[in-house]
Design a protein around this ligand. Sequence first.
Ligand code: ATP
Length: 237
Amino acid sequence: MAVMLQVEDLAAYYGPTKVLHGISFALEEGGITTILGANGAGKTTTLRAVCGMVRASGHVTLAGEAISGLTTEAVARRGVAHVPEGRGTFTRLSTEENLRLGAISRRDHDAVEADLDRMYSYFPVLRERRLQQAGTLSGGEQQMLAIARALMLRPRLMLLDEPSFGLAPLIVREMFRILRRINEEERVSMLLVEQNAALALDLADTAYLLETGRVAMSGPAKEIVADEQVRRSYLGY
Ligand code: ATP
């Protein structure tokens, strides 16, 4: 299968402080890769480095083309949609205005209308809330809006940062079911950062474990979930 994202020897810095120490990983086209790790391991920074939001070195390719060194906007134009921690929705705008903003760089206006409809079919609650200010949505609804808005870009790759953060277990399960469906139906590849290792390993096909900015373990999610140390440290059983 073709490789969607290839990351080689990626290092990242905040000022003089190096927080990623040359990590390498790959994500297959249509695949879901998860990055696990404790607080501060560098998961969020990895996503930021892929989309050009922090100072970084190393080599990153998207479907064979180099994207390292590009601006965040240029990376987005190549088809990488970032759903950041904290969601980043425009709180004063309505649900539907947020969704339309996700497609602002697209010229295929008819397809945008069809995509809006598709988003409402994935997330029916967003249709009910289409005229409501995003800032007044529940946490789960805002997370769904952030994911739907990212999809309006028609991305090839979605970077998801802690989509389960702060949400009730029932909502999280529902959201992960929808993510799986989107991955299957749209063939959009996903790079998922999660504290909730059990959920992430259930959704993903491949997993990497980060420890203080280095890859400590990697492999098929099925194997990682069976690992004794991962069970003890990250799954709690
Ligand atoms: P968390 O689950 O807590 O978000 P994480 O694995 O995503 O953890 P990062 O947010 O990538 O970790 O942080 C990696 C390291 O970089 C940490 O030591 C953190 O303190 C540091 N760091 C993160 N953001 C900044 C920043 N803006 N300025 C300076 N240091 C930062």
